[in-house]
Design a binder for this molecule. Structure first.
Ligand code: SMG
Ligand code: MG
Length: 378
C-alpha cells in the first residue's frame, strides 16, 4: 500500500514556554522561549513539528517571524500543491525557496510524524535507527560567576549526564574552563563559543585551551570563516566541532576537505530537515567522522525527533539531548523525557514521534489554520 502525503490542513501555533533557568550564550540570554509549532492533518491523523527558530535572529539569520512568513507564503502552498510520494521528497519540493532551513525542517518534522502515524511506524524505524538508548549530554549556559557554575555542573553530573558542554565567549573562557577542569578532573567536557571568536586575533587564547583536555571545541568562529577554522585546527590538538558552519551537504564536504573540523554537530533545523540530516550522517559515517545531535532548547516534540535521529549508528558521541526537566517545569508531551541510568534518553517506539502532545498544556499566543481548499482560519 502506498501512502501519499497530502495534508488537508496545516496549523501554525506560537507558544511561550518559560525555561526552568535562564540560558545564556555568547549571543544572548533566554528566559522564556517563544516556539513556533506546526500541526499537519490528513485522513484523521495528525503530525507535529517544532521550528527551532527563536524570537530574534541571533543564532542564525532565521527567527520565528521569518519562519512564519516563509511557511505561510511559500512552504504551505507548496505542500498543498500536490501529494508527496515520500517525506524525503520534501527538500526537493521546497528547493525553490532559498535558505530558511529551519522553516523547511519544521514542516518536514510534522510530515514525518504524520507519515509515521499513518503507517504505524516509529521515526527510529523509518530512519534506520539502531539504538534503544542515546547518550545524553547537557549544555550549560554562561553563569554570572564561577561558584554558581560549579554548582550547576555538580548537579548535572550528579544527575548522571555523560558530558557537560560549557558555553564560552571572549573574556569568559579560561577562568571558567580552568575552574571546571580543576573541580572535575575526570569529567567529559566540551566548550561551545557560538562563533564569538575571530581569527587570527584570538589564536593564542584558543590554542591555550588545549590545557583543559576538552573533548572538542565547538564553533569558535563565524560560520563562513572556513580558513580560520582550518588554520586553528592545524594549531590546536583539541578537535574542532562545527555547528553553525555546516548547513548542507556541500558545506559538510567543504569542512571535511579543508579539515576545518573533526567532529560534526548535526542539527536538523540548521540543515533543512531530517532528510538532509540523515544524509550528512551517512557521509560522516562513511568517512569515519564522528557526529552527535545538537539541541535548540526544544520541547518534547523536537526532542522526540532528535532522539530518533541520534539512534542512527553514526551518532557516536554524547548529544545535546537532555531530560525534559532540564528545560521545562512541565513538558508539552507525554511521556516526558527522563534521564535513564548511565546517562541516556530512551528512544520512543510508538508511531511517528512516539510522544503525545498535550494540547491543554500549550500556552498558545496565536494560532492559524491553513486549508488545502484555500480557507485560512485564525
Ligand atoms: O537543547 O540542550 C539544548 C541546548 C544545546 O547549547 C545548545 N545549543 O549552539 O549548540 C548550540 C546551542 C544553540 C542554542 S542556544 C539558544
Ligand atoms: Mg553549538
Amino acid at each position: 500500500m502506498t501512502v501519499h502525503i497530502a495534508p488537508e490542513a496545516v496549523e501554525l501555533l506560537l507558544i511561550r514556554l518559560p525555561l526552568v533557568e535562564p540560558f545564556e550564550t555568547s549571543f544572548g540570554r533566554t528566559d522564556v522561549r517563544e516556539i513556533l509549532l506546526v500541526r499537519v492533518l490528513q485522513d484523521g491523523c495528525e503530525g507535529w513539528g517544532e521550528c527551532v527558530t527563536d524570537h530574534a535572529p541571533l543564532y542564525s539569520s532565521e527567527c520565528n517571524g521569518t519562519a512564519r512568513y516563509v511557511m505561510e507564503t511559500f512552504l504551505i502552498p507548496a505542500l498543498f500543491g500536490g501529494p508527496l510520494r515520500r517525506v524525503s521528497d520534501w527538500p526537493r519540493r521546497v528547493a525553490f525557496v532559498k535558505g530558511h532551513p529551519m522553516a523547511k525542517a519544521a514542516l518536514e518534522m510534522a510530515l514525518w510524524d504524520l507519515y509515521g502515524q499513518m503507517v504505524g511506524r516509529s521515526l527510529r524505524d523509518l530512519w534506520g535507527g539502531t539504538k534503544d538508548l542515546v547518550p545524553a549530554g547537557v549544555s550549560v549556559g554562561i553563569h554570572p560567576d564561577v561558584p554558581s557554575l560549579l554548582r550547576t555542573v555538580e548537579r548535572y553530573r550528579a544527575e548522571g549526564y555523560q558530558r557537560v558542554k560549557l558555553k564560552i565567549k571572549p573574556g569568559r573562557d579560561h577562568e571558567v574552563l580552568a575552574a571546571v577542569r580543576r573541580a572535575f578532573p575526570d569529567a567529559l567536557l566540551t566548550a561551545d563559543a557560538n562563533a564569538a571568536y575571530r581569527w587570527p586575533r584570538d589564536r593564542a587564547v584558543l590554542v591555550s585551551m588545549d590545557a583543559y583536555r576538552l573533548q572538542m571545541l565547538e564553533q569558535p568562529f563565524p560560520p563562513d570563516d572556513w580558513l580560520g577554522h582550518a588554520r586553528l585546527q592545524r594549531a590546536l590538538q583539541t578537535p574542532i566541532c562545527l555547528d553553525e558552519s555546516v548547513t548542507s551537504l556541500a558545506t559538510l564536504r567543504l569542512a571535511l576537505r579543508l579539515r576545518a573540523g573533526q567532529v560534526i554537530n548535526i542539527k536538523p533545523g540548521r540543515v533543512g530537515g531530517y532528510t538532509v540530516a540523515r544524509r550528512i550522517h551517512d557521509v560522516c559515517r562513511r568517512r569515519g567522522v564522528p557526529v552527535w545531535c545538537g539541541g535548540m532548547l526544544e520541547t518534547g516534540i523536537g526532542r522526540a525527533a532528535n532522539v530518533a535521529l541520534a539512534s542512527l549508528p553514526g551518532f557516536v558521541l554524547p548529544n545535546d539531548l537532555s531530560a525534559s526537566r532540564r528545560y521545562w517545569v512541565e513538558d508539552i508531551v507525554e511521556p516526558p523525557f527522563e534521564l535513564q541510568p548511565g546517562g541516556y534518553l530512551a528512544v520512543p517506539t510508538g508511531p511517528g514521534l512516539g510522544v503525545r502532545v498535550v494540547r491543554t498544556r500549550l500556552p498558545v499566543q496565536w494560532s492559524q489554520t491553513y486549508r488545502r481548499d484555500g480557507e485560512i482560519r485564525k
